[in-house]
Each structure stands twice: as C-alpha cells, then as structure tokens.
Design a protein around this ligand. Structure first.
Ligand SMILES: [Zn+2]
Length: 501
C-alpha cells in the first residue's frame, strides 16, 4: 500500500466504468429513553452518567423494548413506502469491540421491521431519481471510544483510550438501499441528494434530530465499479460514517477514481471498510470487511418477537405529515414557481418562514422575495440562521401590505424592515418614528413640483414642447426633495398636469 493512492481522471472513470452504489444510513431516534432500558436518550452529558445494568450488559439485566422506538421505526418504514412486517424479531450480532459493553449488538438480521420501499430524490436540475429501499431495521447504538495521546485522535499512537457508554443502547434505525445502478457520472450527486432527501423526510417525521455533525444521522457509502457493459457487480468498499452531505458526494467520487485506477492497472479492489479524510477528500483503508458469518447472528432470546397489528400500522400511517417531495410539488404549483425559483427558495432555508408570511396575508411572490432576497442577505451578513433574524413572518406581511396599499415604496419598505431588525418596534411604529410614510398629499407634492420646475426652466420648456421623457429629471428632483418618500408615478402625473396647464 503506497501512501498516496493513484486515481483516474473522473471523465475517464465514467467512460470506462459503471458505478454501483449502496447507501446505509443510521439515524438515532429522538425517544425520551433508550431502546431497551429507561436511561435518558440525550446527546452529550458527563461520560457514563446515562447508563444502567441493562445498557451496560451486566449479568442478569434484562432488556425491555421501547414502544416509541418501534413506533418510530414503523413511521419511517411507511414514509419510505415500505411493507411493514407482520412479525419480526431482534437478533444478537456478536462482535468484540470495547464500545460494545455486552459484546453483542441487539439488532435485526434476516427479519427486519420494514422492507421493499423507495424514496424519490430530486437532483439539482430537477430530475427525479427513484432510489429503492431494501430494508429499514431497528438496532441499538454503541458507546464511544476516545483515544488519548496520539496526534490524530485515532487508536494508532494513542497512549490510552477512554470509553463513554452514554450512547450505548440509543435507538437506531438503519436504512439500507438496494444497489443504485445506471447513474453514471451523476452517482456522487445522487448519493448526496439521497442522503439530503432522507434527512428532510426524517425531519418532517420528527423522529430524530438528524444532526450529521452530532452523529444522529450517519452515512456509510458502498461503492463498486464494473466495466461498461458488464452485469456482475465489482468488489465494493464501504466508506464509514461520512458526516456531511458534501462529504458523501466527495467520498463516492473519490472511491470511483481510486477503484478505477486499481482496476485499470490490473489490480483487484479489496473488500474493506474505509475512512473519509475531510482535509483532502480521500479515503483510507480501515478493517477488512466482516461477513455475516463472522457475526454469528442468532435470535435474541431475551426479547419477545414484534407483531405490529395492522390497525396500529394504519393508525401510524395516519400520523404521517406531508412528505417533503409532495410539499415541494404543492408549493411549486400553488406559488407558480420555476424549478430555479423553487430551488432557491429551498436553499434559502426559509420555506417555513415564507409559508407563515403567506398565511399572515402576504402574496406568495412578495413573501418569497422578502425572505429569499433581502432577508437571506441580512442573515448572511449577520452570520445567523435566517429563522434567527429578529423579525417575524407577521411583520414581513405587514410591510408587504403597506407597500401594496401604496403607503410605502419598495425603498421605504426596506428601511422599515431594517428598523424592525434593529429593534425599533413593529413596522407601523418604525414608519412613524422614522417618518417613512409616502407623501401622498397632492398639495405637498405640488409645492415640490413647482419648485423643481422653477429651478430648471429649460427642462420645463422641453416638456411643454412635447418631450415628455424629459420629465424624468424633474421627478428625480422631487424624489430628492421628498427624501424618496413620494410616489414617483403620481409625481410624474402632477408634472405633466402642471406644465400642460
Ligand atoms: Zn440503561
């Protein structure tokens, strides 16, 4: 093994090989307690404070199944269009690892709770790809190791290791796709889009925090290549625990270029787990992949099988929210958006805010424009989430209404929003305090028009002579005199009237 892996140019990779992807996503459920005991299911905490004899696997301790965990698994299965098993059970997956205090993981093996589903994934250009789901099964999370003393935080070079079992026993759902084939050069993008769509779906279900940075959503990316025209899959590698959407895309792309170089040189790809390096976007070998036999699976004798009644499953189906893909479609139709406008709206992270602003009476286009354009920039400048801006959808709707009724121009409206953001109160108060109302009193405007005409008699003559476009200069002068608070259209009418009279 050389230190720097050879890679093939990406264009050549997709010309010579077909990539096959398999994505395994682990999601931690946000139940109050762990999967098989009453310990709190909370991220963090002082090490080894959320533990009991059961989740530590002490002799004689018996697991008790968390009903809410099963409920979460079924809801996820239904949302992924899966069949829910009429009968399933847990198995012991035996392996020796310090963060596995019981020396086996309670998981589901050949009898998962949900099988044969799919998730429709929208790519950046609007193309929809259907990703088939093989299974979603229940299991428990492991503890965490902390390796101390080494330069890399890894076990190599560490002086000693510490173990925190707070996470051991936290309910996990593992969602496994069927092989994703035929994606060609778009395979890395499909991988990112799938994990993103899955995150959105799980968030809509409210079953998990879905924080990739905190590990409550983790993705393992399986990648293999087969020569163009071949039908037998190549040997795959599994890049473990990739922790951002962008990294999923980079990891798949890198593995494609690395494996292609190995195959093109006449070598064979080793079946192994690999680790993704954020810093340079490469992967490095981990352990050689175990096979199912290595785990000596057998049915968990301490837990009774699970047979969810059809009535309960249908009741849970009734609790499913509008799915993100359906929601996107509805919003696009209702608000009459182009694919690009829809994408910008979702990228802005302001969909809920725009919806709430519309619900408060604003027109969809106005609401979208305020949040996606003006307020997104404000959020950027302040380096905060857009939802954290100190302005409410109702306040934005009020500003839009003031523009609609002609009481504010767009320019003044932006001043009002800035005032609200600066904590100067409700929009109407800001209008009052800053004196921002449009001057709609004709007599005040006429005085300004007369003054401007008198100051530029040559332009007044031009307009009188029929050159109506010359009125622009006078409009400008009036706007300046009224500090932008005049209705430009009305000013123009008054100028023509005055000169014609
Ligand atoms: Zn416990």
């Amino acid at each position: 093994m050389t230190a720097v892996a050879e890679v093939m140019d990406y264009a050549e990779v997709v010309e010579r090989f077909d990539p096959v992807l398999g994505l395994e996503v682990h999601v931690e459920l946000n139940t109050k307690t762990k999967m098989f005991c009453g310990c709190p299911n909370e991220f963090g905490g002082e090490p080894n404070t959320h533990v009991c004899p059961t989740c530590l696997g002490l002799p004689g301790a018996l697991p008790v199944l968390n009903g809410k965990g099963v409920e979460g698994a079924i809801r996820i299965g239904l949302a992924l269009n899966c069949e829910i098993a009429e009968w399933c059970r847990f198995a012991r997956k035996n392996y020796f690892y310090p963060d596995m205090p019981k020396n086996f993981q309670t998981s589901q093996y050949d009898e998962p709770i949900a099988v044969n589903g799919y998730l429709d994934v929208t790519l950046d250009d609007g193309e929809v790809v259907r990703v088939e789901i093989e299974r979603a099964h229940m299991e428990e999370d492991t503890g965490k190791s902390l390796h101390v003393g080494g330069a890399t935080g890894r076990i190599h070079g560490a002086e000693h290791s510490l173990l925190d079992y707070n996470r051991a026993g936290v309910p996990l759902i593992e969602i496994v796709t069927k092989p994703i084939v035929g994606m060609g050069e778009r395979a890395p993008e499909v991988a990112r889009a799938y994990v993103t769509a899955l995150r959105d779906l799980l968030r809509a279900l409210d079953v998990s925090d879905v924080r990739m940075d905190q590990g409550s959503l983790r993705c393992d990316a399986n990648v293999s290549l087969m020569p163009k025209g071949a039908s037998e899959f190549g040997t795959r590698t599994e890049t473990k625990n990739v922790n951002s959407f962008r990294s999923v895309e980079r990891a798949v792309r890198y593995e494609m270029t690395r494996q292609a170089a190995v195959l093109a040189a006449g070598g064979t790809v080793t079946q192994e787990t690999r680790h993704f390096q954020e810093a340079d976007g490469t992967t490095s070998p981990g352990r050689t992949k175990e096979t199912a036999e290595d785990y000596r699976y057998f049915p968990e004798p301490d837990l009774v099988p699970i047979a969810p009644s059809r009535d309960w499953v249908e009741e849970l189906r009734g609790t499913l929210p509008e799915m993100p893909a359906a929601r996107r479609k509805r919003i696009q139709t209702e608000w009459n958006l182009s694919a690009e406008e829809l994408r910008d709206l979702f990228n802005s992270g302001a969909v809920e805010l725009v919806e709430a602003t519309v619900a408060a009476g604003a027109k969809p286009n106005d609401a979208r424009s305020w949040w996606v354009n003006f307020l997104a920039q404000e959020a950027n400048a302040r380096e905060v989430e857009i939802a954290a801006l100190p302005i409410t959808p109702a306040q934005v709707a009020r500003v839009a209404a003031l523009v609609d009724s002609g009481e504010l121009t767009n320019k003044l409206a932006r001043e009002v929003v800035k005032g609200v953001l600066a904590g100067e109160g409700e929009p109407d108060e800001v209008v009052e305090k800053r004196g921002l109302k449009v001057v709609s009193d004709d007599s005040a405007l006429l005085a300004a028009v007369d003054e401007a005409l008198a100051a530029q008699p040559d332009i007044a003559d031009k307009i009188r002579g029929g050159k109506v476009q010359a009125a622009g200069a006078i409009v400008g002068a009036v706007m300046k005199a009224t500090k932008g608070q005049a209705d430009a259209k009305r000013v123009r009418e008054l100028i023509i009237e005055r000169v014609g009279a």
